[in-house]
Design a protein around this ligand. Structure first.
Ligand code: ADP
Ligand code: 5GP
Length: 203
């Protein structure tokens, strides 16, 4: 996939604070668009179709896979999640950057499709604090928390495939690091070279 915009991929074990950081980032950074995934899971209270996810049926998801409409997709926690190809292409072609909040297996597949994607991993301070955050968030049952903790270990094992590791202990510090990564990536030479060239030609 060729594109002028930057692709940011953010993964973390569930409960590490990824949504908190990502929501603030997309509200504060101009020209950064959150990638809305397709999912077969049901909306949680407060979630809105077309804002948090595109909530679709199994049959619709099957059709999207068949027609090559997903850049990557996975099955986690008994549901399927995937990134829409057309939507991603359109946003990138418009020159905006896209941020994808996806789990590790999908992130590895996405890196194959978009090798220059900037890969960011959010670390919890410890396993114990992760479990505490999941409990205090109050959105999952005990059984779901146990499943998420098991999956968290598997996700943590893949940290070394990411370009940046942001430790979310102090939220403000973590946010500043996270935002800095986005701005620093935008300033990379290979990204800015066409602009520099245009300026040079004006001399
Ligand atoms: P994720 O999206 O990674 O599953 P959330 O952003 O929903 O995680 O955060 C899980 C819980 O932890 C939420 O209740 C959130 O308010 C809290 N949280 C996030 N970051 C911090 C932090 N740095 N310190 C303490 N609690 C945090
Ligand atoms: P949740 O059910 O908590 O919203 O999401 C569960 C997990 O699915 C999270 O780790 C989230 O990052 C991941 N996820 C959401 N959308 C996608 C997607 O399109 N692709 C992949 N691979 N993972 C996704």
């Amino acid at each position: 996939m060729h594109h002028p915009g930057n692709v940011f991929v953010v993964s973390a074990p569930s409960g590490a604070g990824k949504s908190t950081l990502v929501q603030r980032l997309v509200q504060s950074v101009p020209s950064l668009v959150f990638s809305i995934s397709f999912t077969t899971r049901k909306p949680r209270p407060g979630e809105v179709d077309g804002r948090d996810y595109f909530f679709v049926s199994d049959a619709t998801f099957d059709a999207m896979i068949r027609e090559g409409g997903l850049v990557e997709w996975v099955q986690v926690y008994g549901h399927r999640y995937g990134t829409g190809r057309d939507w991603l292409k359109e946003v990138l072609a418009s020159g905006q950057d896209v941020l994808l909040d996806i789990e590790t297996t999908g992130a590895m597949n996405l890196r194959r499709a978009i090798p220059d994607a900037c890969m960011i991993f959010i670390l919890p301070p410890s396993a114990a604090s992760l479990e505490l955050r999941l409990r205090s968030r109050g959105k999952d049952s005990d059984e779901q928390i146990a499943i998420r903790m098991k999956h968290a270990r598997h996700e943590m094992e893949l940290y070394s495939a990411y370009d940046y590791l942001v430790m979310n202990d102090d939220l403000e510090l973590a946010y500043r690091q996270f935002e800095s990564i986005v701005y620093a990536t935008r300033a990379r030479r290979e990204r800015m070279a066409p602009a520099a060239q245009r300026i040079l030609e004006g001399f």
